[in-house]
Design a protein around this ligand. Structure first.
Ligand SMILES: Cc1cc2nc3c(=O)[nH]c(=O)nc-3n(C[C@H](O)[C@H](O)[C@H](O)COP(=O)(O)OP(=O)(O)OC[C@H]3O[C@@H](n4cnc5c(N)ncnc54)[C@H](O)[C@@H]3O)c2cc1C
Length: 560
């Protein structure tokens, strides 16, 4: 093996963000090396087999990223990506079922449907839903010299153009409940949308992010059902990986990076652990090192505090994980779980959606009390994923007697914030299992020991051990609240993917706009910055975000 290995770019971490960026950079003709500490790349887009013949997704499950320009820019179909619609029926069937409340399914009104469609960009001629999603997530934050206003925020520009009656200065003051009170009708439908948003990044009760919260919801409710990756999210990741490798990226697994080497304030390469499965332990970067792992680990462990301004390090360590995290359960049963008669047609989803009081009780529990759940299980809110994923070509269970309900999510505090210590939920897993069973038995009739063959759970603490690239055990990395959104996400100095260290960029969900879930957004947005910095020149396949504003004095990231 070459003693002095050099690549244009060295990427630490083979999660979806790191590998997607590798695909972009190598498609530009650059030499790229990705180093992943685990035996398999994929980070949060993994699936696992806790017992033979049963596959579960401890992390990514839904394709929130369906509107990404990366699908065509990277031509993922050439590398095996296949999407198909959700087999569990179209949106009209969902609407017909209504919203599950403690008294049964509650009808969704015409006003609900038309209001939801209008704000989501479905009533435009033509519909502008994809534009709205791209404007919200697939555009780098504006440069620091640009004052952000109601006129230049990308999603505001889209409303102004396509649906001007939705645009108003006040929109930027609202939370999603304010917006829903204006456009929607029935309380259970509103609560359902707010809960879905909370699970998906921007909570329904956060002031100033009504539209980002709404679009988090749209990405799941509408977009993720239009494009279900055949083989699940891990298979989607495989397509990205094949694309990167086809363009020349070198991916090394079992290669833990211990240090990002800094020379005179410039990132020059990485040093791997002695256990790394390659001969030479140092790899040099001719142009840049990119960290695809969480921002705390990047600065505290990989770069080291001696190279980071103490004020910045303090901000990194103080990143707020408000909004909480998720406890993920998986149930293998002999018979499929059967719903009570009052929930006809229910195949998964959120429960109970009676009133926003229940929602706010959960806010108080997760963000206020920060302990194990104190809400009675009959009132506990949960979200479950319908049987057998969404894909009939890829059953999750090959055991003849098995049916899987997985994943099921309950909102809990992040381990770092738990009043009884980070491992408190782990110590209480049996109690949590009882809680999960009781809360779900409000809807299902046969969630009992005769029917359940096995069950598993990843607490947020488990998630951070399984996936060392994330903080807080949440799928959002950090949250999309107003003080962590866009230009501020979550630390202004880092929000545009650059760091104070020359030649070191960030490409991970914890520090970069728009955070987790919206896969391919961070690499696409970061590409604008790398082009601005003169590091790469993409071919004609590249197109920048139409709402992108170049930084003064830099190379604008235009189409060549
Ligand atoms: C419970 C949960 C549910 C989720 N559900 C969804 C979903 O339904 N849909 C969706 O789109 N997204 C979902 N996500 C979010 C999605 O998984 C993340 O947004 C995505 O994985 C972030 O990608 P990343 O590349 O930034 O980081 P990661 O996926 O965390 O990847 C980082 C990689 O770096 C590696 N690494 C860490 N340290 C080192 C080191 N020192 N040296 C070398 N390698 C290192 C890690 O092993 C990992 O492979 C979920 C996440 C969680 C936690």
């Amino acid at each position: 093996m070459n003693k002095e290995e050099k690549f244009d770019f060295v990427i630490v971490g083979g999660g979806p963000n790191g590998v997607t960026l590798a695909a972009y950079l190598s498609k530009c003709g650059a030499s790229v090396c990705v180093l992943e500490e685990r035996p398999e790349a994929g980070g949060g887009c993994e699936n696992t087999e806790p017992i033979a013949g049963v596959r579960i997704n401890p992390h990514a499950m839904f394709l929130y990223g369906g509107a990404a320009p990366g699908f065509d820019q990277l031509e993922l179909w050439r590398y095996g990506f296949r999407g198909q619609p959700n087999r569990l029926g179209d949106l009209t069937e969902d609407v017909g079922r209504g919203c599950p409340t403690t008294s049964g399914n509650y009808p969704i009104s015409d006003i609900d449907q038309m209001g939801y469609a209008k704000v989501s960009g479905l009533l435009g001629q033509p519909p502008f839903i994809r534009e709205l999603l791209r404007a919200t997530f697939w555009c780098p934050p504006h440069p620091p010299e640009v004052e952000v206003t109601a006129h230049n925020i990308p999603y505001m520009q889209v409303y102004k153009k396509h649906q001007p009656d939705v645009w108003s200065e006040e929109l930027l003051e609202m939370d999603m409940f304010d917006l829903m009170d204006e456009y929607l009708d029935t309380e259970p439908f509103k609560v359902q949308q707010a809960v879905i948003s909370w699970y998906s990044g921007a909570a329904g009760h956060w002031k100033g992010v009504a539209i980002p919260a709404w679009m988090c919801n749209v990405a799941l409710v509408i977009y993720s059902r239009m494009t279900v990756p055949r083989g699940g999210m891990h298979d989607y990741f495989h397509a990205v990986m094949r694309c990167a490798v086809a363009h020349g990226t070198v991916v090394r697994t079992c290669c833990k990076v211990e240090e990002i080497m800094i020379n005179d304030g410039v990132a020059v390469g990485v040093r791997m652990a002695d256990t790394a499965t390659c001969g030479e332990k140092k790899i040099w970067a001719k142009k840049a090192v990119i960290s695809g792992v969480d921002v705390r680990q990047t600065f505290n462990k990989l770069v080291g505090p001696q190279h980071v301004d103490r004020g910045l390090l303090q901000k990194v360590n103080d990143i707020s994980l408000k909004g909480g995290s998720i406890y993920v359960s998986h149930i293998l049963s002999r018979e499929p779980l059967k719903v009570k008669d009052k929930f006809p047609g229910m195949v998964g989803g959120c429960y109970p959606m009676d009133h926003r009081d229940i929602y706010y009780d959960h806010v108080a529990d997760v963000d206020g009390r920060k302990g194990n759940p104190s809400i009675p299980p009959e009132r506990a809110m949960w979200l479950s994923t319908p049987y057998e994923r969404f894909d009939w070509s890829d059953p999750q269970v090959s055991r003849p007697e098995g049916h899987i309900m997985s994943p099921i999510y309950h909102l809990v505090p992040p381990p770092e914030y738990h009043v009884d210590g980070p491992d408190a939920m782990n110590k209480w897993k049996d109690g949590m299992w009882d809680y999960v069973v009781k809360s779900m038995s409000e809807v299902y009739t046969n969630l009992n020991s005769d029917n359940v063959i096995a069950h598993w759970a990843n607490s947020p603490y488990d998630s951070t051990f399984r996936n060392t690239g994330l903080i807080g055990g949440t799928w959002c990395g950090t949250r999309h609240c107003d003080d962590q959104w866009g230009e501020r996400r979550p630390i202004p100095e880092l929000a545009r993917y650059r760091t104070p260290i020359d030649g070191l960029y960030l490409c991970n969900q914890t520090a970069c706009h728009p955070g987790g879930l919206f896969l391919m957004a961070i690499p696409y947005n970061l590409m604008h910055i790398m082009i601005e910095d003169g590091l790469v020149e993409p071919g004609e396949w590249w197109y920048p975000s139409p709402w992108y504003i170049p930084e003064q004095g830099k190379n604008p990231a235009k189409r060549q």
